[in-house]
Design a protein around this ligand. Structure first.
Ligand code: URA
Length: 233
């Protein structure tokens, strides 16, 4: 099995595990679907949003509402389609009433996102909004301060450039935010053209890395929505 095939298989196993996840009791009880992420799992470019909303929860796919349409439009303006990139979220389940993700939920879900990054191996990760930016930069600085500036970060075992962007939902009704987001997007091809950041030197495992891995999937019962998501990889 080639490296790419093995990575893809592991990503499918991770999806199966996420679909069984009950780490956040409230989210597991209220979700319609686990929105694992979708797109090209071999892409050099990954987007990480905040959490699924009502439309995403119903369809089992990320960024399918108004913010997703804007994301698609901005991608189109730089000659990319959503099928060419991989799109995921900090949380894989919808917070009820679209409330903010809680810190415990972000911690519970983090191993899934870290493993997605390790398996997809993107060159550039665009973090959309505050939650993804703070998590993947490992720093509490807000998006207004850090947007549009690429920085090398190591996520799990993969080193990539983090490129923070305003969340498209924030740009929907604020023309000045949309203008800034569009300007940052216009520089994305140049960020993608930067040299691949060198892998981080090996370190001792941190206590977080020694935490239990996501649960393994149960063999039985793949749903239709799940099969649909798998086909998107
Ligand atoms: N907003 C997000 O952050 N993620 C989605 O998937 C949709 C809207």
């Amino acid at each position: 099995m080639s490296g790419a095939t093995a990575r893809r298989e592991e990503l499918k196993e991770l999806l199966m595990a996420a679909r069984q996840c009950t780490r956040c009791a409230e989210l597991a009880a209220t979700r319609t679907s686990v929105v694992f992420g979708a797109g090209n799992a071999d892409s050099e470019l990954m987007f990480v949003g905040e959490a699924p909303g009502a439309n995403e929860d119903l369809q089992g796919l990320p960024f399918v509402g108004a913010a997703g349409k804007l994301l698609e439009q901005l991608l189109g303006e730089i000659g990319l389609s959503r099928a060419e990139v991989f799109i995921a979220n900090v949380l894989k389940c919808r917070p009820p009433g679209n409330r903010d993700p809680q810190s415990g939920e972000i911690e519970n879900c983090r191993p899934y996102l870290v493993r997605q990054v390790e398996l997809i191996e993107p060159r550039v990760i665009c973090t959309l909004g505050n939650f993804a930016t703070k998590l993947l930069r490992g720093d509490p600085a807000g998006i207004t301060r850090v947007h549009g500036v690429p920085e090398v970060r190591t996520i799990g075992e993969h080193t990539a450039r983090i490129y923070p962007l305003f969340h498209p939902a924030a740009a929907l009704y604020t023309p000045s935010t949309l203008e800034t987001l569009r300007e940052d997007f216009a520089r994305l091809p140049a960020v993608l053209a930067l040299a691949q950041p060198p892998p981080a030197p090996p370190t001792e495992p941190t206590p977080e890395e020694l935490a239990p891995a996501p649960p393994t999937p149960e063999a039985a019962g793949r749903s239709k929505a799940e099969a649909q998501q798998l086909e998107l990889f």
